[in-house]
Design a protein around this ligand. Sequence first.
Ligand SMILES: [Zn+2]
Length: 119
Amino acid sequence: MVSALPADILEQLRQQLIVARDEIAAALAAGLESAKPVELDEPIGRLSRMEAIQQQQMAKATRAGLEVRRQQVAAALAMLDAGTYGECRRCEEPIGLERLRAKPETPLCLDCQGELERR
Ligand SMILES: [Zn+2]
């Protein structure tokens, strides 16, 4: 199914995606620093060492989330070029414009996203 969205709307969403792509790239680059292994030889005490490891795990989770988003943004831009953008990848129904504006990289419509999250 070809996307029914008007060209100017698609262009706005493309700009949003490009901005998001740059933001994600910057966040991933900045995150490299905090994702460094904790130096266990450092005399920082037991508690702060645990905190450091926790922080590292959080940074890792953030990074994993960013990687997913990065791939979604890249896929969305590819779909824009292919003319299939705005279509749910699961049920192939059009994704609502409000949803696309809020999260232009989303691959799924609200219904399918909800179903996946309830599993
Ligand atoms: Zn769907």
